[in-house]
Write a protein of this length. Structure first.
Length: 482
């Protein structure tokens, strides 16, 4: 988890009332899993259950408006069903493609799809990924765009990545912990300037550290996820559910470890495990319940899940396979380390492993659509009142750990409360790449353009091989192309 078209459409078409079977489509019988908070991209303005048809194993959303861009982005077929969304009568449209579209300028969605396809083709052999999902949130200028490429795993019969596919959020879900804390502050249950000692007196070595310093990574507290204890757990007991207290104990000074205490900014997942425990202590309720009731439910994140331990089968079924490919040594291994503690994991599929090692520091699972919905709400100020919003966006320099009001040449990156702002191609932007053992989720908020891009994929490679940001950059370029 390191930081590191709306409108009408009239192409050549044959319009008739066909049986789905005549079109080689079958309607999905069990769409309980496929129910989404709103209809697909092509009818996103009409909330309600989403239905799908399946052709060659690919789920196709059944919609009634705004489907031009979505349809044109699909190069593997000319058949699409247009059916009711919120009570509209079924109409089946058989589109005749090929020469009819050959001379047309590529649409925005086609350009996004091409960028996603190209990234996967180039990076799959290097990064060990098999698929990628992308969601482009255009806000009020909409409509939004979804694109998918590849499969959910390395087996021949693994299905393609689609709307239903989940990926681990990694540290992008640190924003959940920050939001929970800030919401509790609005309720008068705590203050972000309260200390660890006030809420968790069992950790006296960190007693004077404030919640604010936990959330902006200036606490100096060591990072449990870089310890040998955690690596051995990953390697030897991948299905073991660790408690928050066990995670903290791996970093807490107890005479048997000598982990360095840092000054200024230092990225440590231990900070967020402590924040989750503080939230639970302040309310008398498990952090998992707080995430569900304060984050997931009010913001309609129907494909987002958080568990402090193993996930249930119905979630795992939707989760892409995830592959660990990182040969780098851990932070607390010797400087001249030749072999990582994690070497036995190389190439392993971690899909069914316990995610209890991440918890409030990055243990959530979601799809690109939900991540985008949540992050847009965060940056548009729809999660907490203005006072807490200002606290949320307050940054420290990742160079010095000192407060900054904006990034600059001297301070090119700032860390807020579970959020990051930095310089990227095109200027300053808010972004975060969450990385877990076999997954990556990256969002980039181009505030000036009102564009939010989310991409997800299914491996953890070495830092130098990780080029997921290039997918986001290519998608942004595709959106901005006239």
């Amino acid at each position: 988890m390191r930081l590191t078209l709306n409108g009408g459409f009239a192409p050549k078409a044959v319009v008739a009332t066909f049986n789905l079977s005549l079109l080689g489509l079958r309607e999905v019988e069990n769409f309980a899993e496929l129910t989404a908070p709103s209809c697909s991209f092509c009818c996103h303005q009409h909330p309600g259950p989403q239905r799908f048809a399946s052709s060659a194993g690919i789920l196709l959303p059944i919609c009634h408006v705004h489907f031009k861009e979505w349809l044109l982005s699909r190069r593997d077929g000319a058949i699409m069903e247009l059916a009711r969304c919120r009570g509209l009568a079924v109409v089946i449209v058989l589109f005749v493609t090929g020469t009819a579209f050959a001379s047309e300028t590529p649409t925005q969605t086609q350009r996004v799809q091409k960028a996603v396809d190209a990234w996967l083709a180039e990076r799959s052999p290097v990064e060990g990924v098999t698929g990628i999902a992308a969601y482009v949130s255009l806000g009020t200028s909409g409509p939004n765009i979804e694109a998918f490429a590849g499969k959910t795993g390395r087996a021949d019969d693994d299905p393609p990545v689609d709307q239903n596919t989940l990926f681990a959020m990694g540290s992008t879900s640190k924003s959940f912990a920050a939001a929970v804390i800030l919401k509790l502050e609005t309720q008068g249950l705590l203050s972000i300037d309260d200390t660890v000692g006030k809420w968790l007196p069992q950790y006296p070595a960190w007693g004077s550290v404030s919640i604010r310093r936990l959330l902006d990574m200036t606490s100096g507290i060591p990072n449990y996820s870089e310890t040998e204890f955690i690596s051995r757990s990953w390697v030897d007991q991948p299905k073991r559910d660790l408690t928050a207290e066990e995670l903290i104990a791996a970093a807490y000074p107890n005479g048997s470890n000598n982990l360095p205490v840092t000054e200024g900014y230092h990225y440590s997942n231990t900070n967020y495990i402590l924040a989750g425990l503080i939230a639970a202590k302040a309310t008398g309720r498990p952090y998992q319940e707080l995430v569900r009731e304060l984050i997931i439910q009010p913001h309609g994140l129907h494909s987002t899940f958080y568990s402090p331990g193993a996930y249930p089968p119905e979630v795992i079924t939707r989760l892409a396979h995830g592959y660990f490919e990182n040969t780098a040594c851990a932070e607390y291994q010797p400087a001249d380390c030749k072999e990582s503690w994690n070497k036995p994991m190389i190439g392993r599929d971690v899909r069914e492993d316990s995610t209890s090692w991440a918890q409030a520091a990055g243990g959530a699972i979601s799809n690109a659509r939900d991540v985008a919905r949540w992050i847009r709400a965060v940056f548009e100020g729809r999660v907490v009142p203005p006072k807490q919003q200002a606290e949320w966006m307050s940054m420290v320099s990742t160079k010095t750990g000192e407060p900054i009001t904006e990034i600059s040449e001297e301070h090119p990156q700032g860390f807020a409360l579970g959020l990051v702002q930095g310089m990227i191609p095109g200027g300053p932007a808010w972004f975060y790449q969450g990385m877990t053992l076999g997954y990556r989720t990256l969002y980039v908020w181009y505030e000036k353009d009102g564009i939010l891009i989310t991409v997800q994929t299914n491996s953890q490679p070495n830092d130098e091989a990780n080029k997921l940001s290039e997918a986001a950059e290519a998608i942004h370029a595709a959106i901005k192309t006239p």
